[in-house]
Design a binder for this molecule. Structure first.
Ligand SMILES: [Zn+2]
Length: 145
């Protein structure tokens, strides 16, 4: 569940005031007219502002949430805004090595075929595997631009 859903279902007199913006009664003080502004950022993180001056920790505490609930969970772990964006799990050198090795295998297979030789079942499987690996590298590299 996104932080915004978790929070809004616990608040009263919730009203949308624009894209990603909501107003509700502040649970941390005796609030009759909604004086709590909620803003959902692009990454799903929430910003709270009570016009009466309640602190964010008091506001979430009043509805049995914690500050961590204002951050979306990524891969089941708590999102930490201070961490730099995760680096890809591979190194460029490994990518090139794999590409070289797999192209070499494909080259050998092609050479056999060009000379009129058939590929053994194992060689066929290995050649198809090489294609699969190259394709996966392509997908993986594209993901990180
Ligand atoms: Zn308040």
């Amino acid at each position: 569940m996104m932080p915004i859903e978790k929070l809004l279902q616990r608040l009263e007199k919730v009203k949308s005031t624009g894209p990603g913006k909501y107003q509700a009664c502040c649970p941390a003080h005796d609030d009759r007219t909604p004086s709590l502004s909620i803003k959902e950022l692009d990454d799903g993180k929430l910003l709270l502002n009570c016009h009466a001056g309640c602190g964010t920790a008091d506001i979430v505490g009043a509805v049995s949430l914690t500050l961590a609930d204002l951050f979306p969970k990524i891969h089941g772990r708590d999102y930490d805004a201070t961490q730099p964006r995760k680096k890809p799990a591979w190194r460029m050198a490994d990518v090139f090595n794999t590409l070289m090795r797999e192209s070499f295998i494909l080259g050998l297979a092609l050479e056999r075929l060009l000379h009129g030789n058939d590929l053994s079942p194992d060689d066929k499987i290995r050649a198809l595997e090489a294609c699969g690996r190259i394709e996966r590298i392509h997908t993986e590299v594209r993901r990180y631009g």
